[in-house]
Design a protein around this ligand. Structure first.
Ligand code: GLP
Length: 258
């Protein structure tokens, strides 16, 4: 696991956007795995400005999002479909038909989940998966004790996740307690993974993911078994890492010798 620690959210986001942009430039038909949440906002902003400057085109790109709430419908302002349209898709030249978000058709959750897995496979798999992290170590909506081999399916959200995400919902709005999410096994199939951690409230989860034991109690720790994962953290999110100095030193060596 490569651990990159940068002073601010802006630097973390620019670093991540640069990696994504390089992939899109090298392989115009890349398949990107995308995430939602506040940690992604500046990354998407940076990608939009690269597109507006004419540095990037998303015309041939396909995207698969990690997860979606159940019960909101795509047009709800808190649906992840709406988030993606507002924060990225509406501002770039991507073909909306090539943007996939797990959803549930006709109440048949199992079929919808199986179709999502097949669609990813039919596109040749995900080249780069972007991930945020929940304060309980979840990735996507794979809550603690999710099987490390799980595939796309329905998950019941923990109280912790519901209360962390309550800030996005108005008091009058019903907040879903179920979601459809790529599994940990699905995520692990991506060729490359970028995990973003921002803020002090993520420091415990981040240290467990990087330095803790491999355990389904901290779903993100599964990434210790992935060959090409880069974790990009701001200083606050990195503040509980035991080997903080080592990660800083490693990146310094990397910039001097690579
Ligand atoms: C939700 C999403 C996750 C995301 C997490 C953290 O639970 N399902 O994919 O990583 O929120 O979000 P934020 O970046 O807003 O802290």
């Amino acid at each position: 696991m490569r651990v990159v620690i940068l002073p601010t959210e802006k630097e973390v986001s620019n670093f991540a956007a640069e990696i994504i942009a390089n992939l899109v430039k090298t392989k115009q038909s890349s398949v990107l795995g995308l995430a939602t949440g506040s940690s992604m906002l500046l990354i998407y902003e940076a990608l939009i400005s690269k597109y507006q400057l004419g540095e990037l085109s998303f015309k041939k790109i396909t995207t698969f999002n990690l997860d979606e709430y159940i019960g909101l419908g795509p047009n709800h302002n808190q649906s992840y479909r709406n988030y993606m349209n507002q924060q990225l898709f509406n501002h770039i030249d991507i073909n909306h038909k090539n943007t996939y978000i797990p959803e549930c058709f006709d109440g048949n959750y199992e079929l919808s989940a199986a179709n999502y897995e097949s669609e990813i496979k039919n596109h040749g798999g995900i080249n780069l998966q972007l991930l945020g992290v929940g304060s309980n170590g979840h990735i996507g909506f794979n809550e603690p004790t999710s099987s490390l081999k799980s595939r796309t399916r329905i998950k019941t959200l923990t109280k912790n996740t519901i209360s962390n995400n309550a800030r996005f919902f108005k008091e009058s709005e019903i907040q879903p307690s179920l979601a459809i999410t790529m599994g940990i096994g699905t995520i692990m199939k991506a060729q490359n993974i970028l995990l973003i951690g921002l803020g002090k409230h993520k420091s415990k989860a981040v240290s467990e993911i990087i330095e803790g034991p491999l355990s389904s109690f901290c779903p993100g720790s599964a990434l210790q078994n992935h060959e090409n994962t880069t974790v990009i953290l701001d200083d606050l999110a990195a503040s509980d890492l035991k080997l903080y100095d080592y990660y800083i030193h490693t990146e310094k060596m990397r910039s001097e010798h690579m």
